[in-house]
Design a binder for this molecule. Structure first.
Ligand code: NDP
Length: 400
């Protein structure tokens, strides 16, 4: 049916590529292009004898729009799935505009020299994408992504109005290391060491990093400490869910992770300000990334489950209603299936599904859209089919 160009070949991309190869009817052809082409070739060699999908590879520097345009013109894909880093979102969007090809990503743009992610840079492309008659689908991972689709689904089928959303992201996996991150360490540490914030009554409320802590009894996992973080889907859901009064995002962290993070912060290792080291400029956080375990190597040693979902409180037929929609995913099962841990799996599967929605023309709307702006039903169905089944609890424990 179609041809997809995937940019990036790290932890999340590896899962998305495995899933595209399981879905050859839709993804007849796949080009994997990244900075280090050897990683693309290794994956191609691993998968091509097991799939009907025809795989090609290419080297590209996704910071360079001209190189991307050349690549897209050469490959002629129906869509580009950006699974590189948030720093490359705008160059890839520019290249999609220049070539008239649909765009999908999982994380919003963030300038490399400022640890602040927001949608304003990508939303500024709305008119140009609309005029070009192509779609940019923003945030097709798990959070943002599935959590946003859960919100659209809850609104469509269960509520007249949603007033409160708590997004809960629990990773109860144990990889046996005292400190490691489950996705790109640089992006992960920038996110968790930033100030927290939540949306309340039409404005942002800012908190100190990890200032707000709650304990929650997660289904299939048990009690875990979780901390309020700023997270990107809050920004778009605040616009797209009418009647919303408050949206918060919580993520679980173990004590060992927090103690190590604090220590690394205290000694300056998480800084993104360049320093001179032996006559060479280095960024401490990038150096730290180089010495930490590669997230894609964690799969073989991680045990336990993830549970990510949303608790909604709102009104239906004049009465207050609550609802919890969540997915649980087992690290070892994911590793058995695609050779990756559950954090990469829960992001790579929705990335493939988002690309499928666009390539099949099920989601067709020229412009730049966050994922909750599309009909959630076909995506929810696809989650059940492609490895991320979800559950509903109409009487959940609430977060105070
Ligand atoms: P990785 O670091 O494992 O992979 C990133 C890949 O992008 C690598 O293959 C890297 O190449 C490649 N890359 C980086 N810079 C360039 C460049 N200039 N040109 C070409 N390729 C480049 O990251 P993850 O797989 O962990 O994360 C991928 C994305 O997924 C990130 O944007 C992250 O924020 C997002 N994410 C989203 C989640 C969600 O739920 N929405 C959850 C988790 C992650 P090389 O191999 O040479 O380093």
């Amino acid at each position: 049916m179609g041809k997809l160009l995937i940019i990036g070949c790290g932890g999340v991309a590896s899962v998305a590529i495995h899933k595209c190869c399981q879905n050859s009817e839709v993804f007849e052809e796949l080009c994997i292009a990244s900075r280090t082409v050897e990683k693309c070739n290794a994956l191609k060699n691993k998968l091509e004898s097991k799939t009907k999908t025809k795989i090609t590879t290419a080297q590209v520097d996704a910071n360079n729009t001209e190189e991307l345009i050349k690549l897209i013109n050469n490959v002629k894909p129906d869509a580009v799935l950006n699974l590189a880093l948030p720093y490359q979102d705008l160059t890839i969007m520019e290249a999609c505009l220049a070539t008239g090809v649909h765009y999908i990503d999982t994380a919003n743009y963030e300038p490399e020299d400022t640890a602040k992610f927001e949608y304003k840079w990508q939303w500024a492309y709305r008119e140009r994408f609309e005029k070009a008659g192509i779609t940019a689908l923003l945030g097709s991972g798990f959070d943002p992504g599935v959590t946003s689709v859960f919100s659209a689904y809850a609104l469509k089928h269960y509520f007249d109005e949603i007033n409160y959303i708590d997004i809960l992201d629990c990773n109860a996996g144990d990889h046996g290391y005292p400190f490691a991150t489950n996705f790109n360490p640089e992006i992960n540490i920038r996110e968790v060491s930033a100030k927290g914030s939540y949306w309340e009554n039409g404005r942002w409320v800012e908190t100190e990093p990890m200032e707000i802590k709650r304990v929650y009894n997660f289904p299939e996992i048990g009690e875990k400490d979780m901390y309020l973080l700023h997270h990107e889907e809050i920004e778009s859901l605040a616009l797209n869910i009418p009647g919303i009064k408050r949206i918060r995002f919580f993520m679980t962290f173990g004590q060992s992770y927090l103690t190590h993070l604090k220590c690394l912060e205290n000694v300056g290792m998480t800084s993104i300000k360049p320093i001179m080291y032996e006559g060479k400029e280095i960024v401490p956080l990038q150096f730290l990334k180089a010495v930490l375990p590669d997230p894609s190597s964690l799969g073989a040693r991680t045990k336990g489950k993830t549970n990510i979902g949303c608790i909604f409180i709102g009104k239906k037929d004049g009465k207050e209603k609550k609802l919890y929609i969540y997915n649980t995913c087992d690290h070892e099962e994911c590793y058995k299936e695609v050779g990756s841990q559950a954090v990469a799996y829960t992001t790579g599967v929705p990335a493939m599904i988002g690309a499928m929605m666009i390539i099949k023309g099920i989601w067709k709307k020229p412009g730049v859209y966050n994922i909750e702006e599309f009909n959630p039903d076909p995506f929810m169905e696809a989650l059940n089919k492609w490895g991320l089944p979800w559950k509903i609890n109409e009487n959940p424990e609430l977060v105070d």
